[in-house]
Design a protein around this ligand. Structure first.
Ligand code: GDP
Ligand code: MG
Length: 440
């Protein structure tokens, strides 16, 4: 490669170093998105500080443009806060595994008890639900109904004996579970509408009495800005080993998840997504990160783009442009890579600040790529390598073979020539364009 060309590509590749203005603009957008998603302000500040630092740091991702790079950093940081790898239940070495549920009234504890039991039963466990909420009228009955739906057993105080002592019920239930060989005990507890000392003490006493393997803090995702105070109160009052986020079927964007995970440092283990017992799944930090930023499956797209615009490949293509040996076959290869990158429109649409390009792309028809492919695939190898061979009768044959018209074929050849010319400019240091996009 000539020195000049090598310089051009070096510049393109090291454009990963972002200007502070680039970063600030993007960070502002992220801040707004997080606040919109109801993430607590302190958490947002912490988070954007970290992202800014990393974006301005030395991290240079060769194949991506700056905006994508920031998005990737954001995603990584979000996933890190949300617990990185999805964490699963810690089962006791010696059964029964004891799982205690804690949280405000209405958070979804009793419903969760049923969901968890059903989920575990499917996995060949034999769960026992324990009614240690003796506060709310009908709480025991509600748990019995839920257990019936899940097809699992309940341990509850005798009817009429309802005022009972929840700590004793919880404690007795463990003996019962060992005796009857249930391998998981799920202890449902009472909640209040707001945090209060009595409730906290009762939960702490139950915890002491049953020494659970997991204490799951159940929190309604719709709680919004109150998430932080509530989570802190439960951490101080009872402490917990994991979090379950409920009502994710609502329109909450998941800010509570980020706030709670961030201020407590505890992993979110399950997500509850509806009133039916089957609306329940393990929590996936990466999915929640996407949901919070409302960016769709962005990581996958970035990975695909990384693969597609492989650096080495770019160098090879550049060399071809420079030496005028870029063929229709290469053109097809480029196009197929673009398709591998997923929906181009979607990808560009994700980039903050890609406004102008987005407009141009609004008119870009992805089916065009498919049609182009069909035409090129109907050419012989010789024709692909040397488009000058394409005389009138060959074009008629190709049109027939690909189900297109001769005009389509003509247009393609014309676009190929334009693209080749354009890329030659790029290779000499002009403005980069994506080959195969045609005159956009
Ligand atoms: P508890 O007071 O913490 O035991 O809460 P409950 O389990 O009694 O749930 C309170 C209400 O929330 C009930 O009407 C449940 O049906 C409902 N609920 C629980 N989990 C979910 C969920 O994930 N999505 C929706 N939409 N409703 C839920
Ligand atoms: Mg309940």
């Amino acid at each position: 490669l000539s020195d000049r060309l090598a310089d051009t590509f070096r510049n393109l590749r090291t454009k990963g170093k972002l200007s502070p203005a680039d970063v600030d603009g993007t960070v502002r957008e992220i801040r707004r998105a997080l606040l919109d998603a109801d993430v607590a302000l302190d958490v947002v500040k912490d988070f954007t500080g970290k992202v800014r630092e990393r974006a301005l740091g030395d991290e240079v991702n060769k194949a991506l443009n700056p905006a994508q790079q920031v998005v990737q950093i954001v995603n990584e940081e979000l996933i890190a806060i949300l617990g990185g790898e999805a964490r699963r239940i810690n089962f006791a070495k010696k059964p029964p595994t004891i799982i205690m549920l804690a949280g405000l009234q209405g958070a979804g504890k009793t419903t969760l008890a049923g969901k968890l039991a059903k989920w575990l039963a499917k996995d060949n466990h034999t769960p026992l639900l324990v009614a240690a909420d003796l506060q709310r009228p009908n709480a025991v009955q509600q748990l019995q109904v839920v257990a019936g739906q899940a097809g699992v057993a309940v341990y509850a105080p005798e009817p009429g004996n309802g005022v009972g002592n929840p700590v004793k019920v919880a404690k007795d239930s463990i003996k019962w579970a060992i005796d009857k060989q249930y391998d998981v005990v799920i202890v449902d507890t009472a909640g209040r509408l707001g945090v209060d000392a009595d409730m906290m003490k009762q939960a702490a006493d139950i915890r002491k009495a049953v020494d659970p393997d997991e204490v799951l803090f159940v929190i309604d995702a719709m709680i919004g800005q109150d998430a932080v105070a509530t989570a802190k109160a439960f951490q101080a009052g009872v402490d917990f080993t994991g979090v379950v986020l409920t009502k994710l079927d609502g329109d909450a964007r998941g800010g509570a998840a980020l706030s709670v995970a961030s201020v407590t440092g505890r992993p979110i283990i399950f997500a509850s997504t509806g009133e039916s017992l089957d609306d329940f799944e393990p929590f996936y930090p990466d999915r929640m990160a996407s949901r919070i930023l409302d960016l769709g499956d962005i990581l996958t797209l970035i990975e695909q783009a990384q693969g597609a615009f492989d650096e080495e490949e770019a160098m090879k293509v550049a060399e071809k442009f420079r030496t005028d040996t870029f063929t229709l076959e290469d053109f097809l290869g480029q196009m197929q890579q673009l398709r591998g990158a997923g929906s181009l429109k979607k990808m560009i649409g994700m980039l903050p600040g890609a406004g102008a390009m987005k407009e141009q792309l609004a008119n870009f028809d992805e089916r065009e790529i498919v049609r182009t492919e069909a035409i090129i695939q109907s050419m012989t190898k010789a024709e692909r390598q040397n488009p000058k061979l394409l005389n009138g009768s060959r074009r008629v044959r190709i049109a027939r073979g690909s189900g297109m018209t001769v005009t389509d074929v003509n247009q393609l050849v014309q676009r190929f020539e334009q693209a080749a010319k354009m890329m030659k400019t790029v290779a000499r240091g002009g403005v980069p364009q994506i080959p195969g996009m045609g005159p956009i």
